[in-house]
Design a protein around this ligand. Structure first.
Ligand SMILES: NC(=O)c1ccc[n+]([C@@H]2O[C@H](COP(=O)([O-])OP(=O)(O)OC[C@H]3O[C@@H](n4cnc5c(N)ncnc54)[C@H](OP(=O)(O)O)[C@@H]3O)[C@@H](O)[C@H]2O)c1
Length: 338
């Protein structure tokens, strides 16, 4: 397969830490250029990958040798740059969430299809093989009939200027962290999910939600309780609770490539831990994108569309709460600035 020549739009942390190293190691991808608003940043990143440095994203789209772009910009900027990239005839791998609105996501997917271009959202965890093993256990009746689903994704607080705390840039816990438990619920409970209720919590003085939870149910009556947050000790797990047992998966959503997955199966007969060989979900996701570009077989966008609709619905239905813990915001702010 001729490698897909890809251009990188912005020197984002996720690009530098995860996606660029995975792309560099894959034969199906060649990093052709890295663009940044800051030419020095672009030059430094490009040096590390032996590719061209470009100032500005528009200039990246003007390059003929770039046939696809990776968009790891702040959430609110995804839509406009995906749109520009598609208009310029480039395939697009977009960071999650694809956009901050379900209708915009739908419009861009339609535009990509009409132009025979691949547009894929980089939700990586479904590309990890551990979830197929869990699905197999469920289908084999290991825990009986599924009665309930719980999923959580939360990360510790970041510096105050992180894009996740900017409402203007599409930040907030629901947009950033909520995607994972929502997508996990979809993959085990099916596509017919309804949002029953939700709560989004804002820290006093902050413009975005820092935490949330949502209650969903499937058409078959199975409930899903989802929790997410940006000011939490690290948690990345889900649990399937059935009539005859329980399956628990820790490190479910962002396991590193060397992580040894352990699937915990609890039944009346005892507890079994199924150890799997490590898998690299970042490489798998990027590889799926490259294969789609080269084969012309477009990735199924149904999951992206449904996820966008559910995220929007959770946001629309959520009761908003303000956490007034006295002095909390000030304390955190002072610590981070010192
Ligand atoms: N799939 C995953 O596992 C995963 C993990 C983490 C993050 N993400 C997603 O990746 C995206 C980026 O997240 P991140 O944490 O990597 O963000 P980040 O480090 O803040 O990077 C965002 C990049 O966007 C560019 N940018 C353009 N306009 C900007 C503006 N007004 N303010 C700030 N940056 C601007 C900057 O690049 P230049 O200055 O170089 O132009 C910046 O480096 C988000 O959509 C996030 O949801 C996905």
């Amino acid at each position: 397969m001729t490698p897909v020549h890809i251009g990188i739009m912005g020197c984002a942390s996720v690009a530098r830490r995860k996606v660029l190293p995975a792309m560099a190691a894959l034969p199906g991808i060649e990093i052709a250029a890295i663009a940044s608003r800051d030419p020095d940043k672009a030059a430094e990143a490009a040096r590390a990958h032996g590719c061209r440095a470009v100032k500005g994203y528009e200039a990246l789209l003007d390059l003929d040798e770039v046939e696809a772009v990776y968009v790891p910009l702040p959430n609110a900027l995804h839509a406009a740059w995906i749109d520009h990239a598609l208009s310029a005839g480039k395939h697009v791998l977009a960071e999650k969430p694809m956009t901050t609105s379900a209708s915009r996501t739908g419009g861009l997917i339609a535009k990509a299809r009409a132009r025979r271009l691949v547009l894929m959202e980089n939700v990586m965890f479904p590309h990890h093989r551990q979830h197929a093993v869990v699905r197999g256990q469920l289908e084999d009746g290991a825990i009986g009939d599924l009665r309930a689903f719980h999923a959580s994704f939360g990360v510790p607080r970041r510096p105050a200027d992180d894009v996740r705390y900017s409402a203007e840039l599409g930040g907030g816990a629901l947009m950033d962290a909520g995607v994972y438990p929502v997508r996990a619920a979809m993959s085990f409970l099916g596509s017919d999910l309804t949002v029953l209720s939700a709560v989004l919590t804002h820290r006093h003085g902050q413009h975005v939600d820092s935490a949330g939870h949502a209650l969903l149910h499937s058409s078959g009556g199975v409930g899903a309780q989802l929790t997410f947050g940006l000011d939490h000790s690290y948690r990345s797990s889900y649990e399937l609770w059935g009539s005859a047992g329980r399956i628990v998966v820790e490190h479910a959503f962002t396991p590193p490539a060397d992580h040894v997955p352990v699937i915990r199966l609890e039944r009346s007969s005892g507890v079994q831990e199924i150890r799997l060989t490590p898998d690299d979900q970042v490489a798998n996701s990027v590889s799926a994108f490259a294969t789609a570009v080269r084969s012309g077989r477009f990735p199924d966008s149904g999951g992206t569309l449904q996820q966008a609709a559910l995220i929007e619905d959770i946001g629309a239905r959520a009761r908003r709460c303000v956490d007034h813990t006295p002095g909390l915001a000030d304390t955190i702010q002072t610590k981070e600035l010192s």
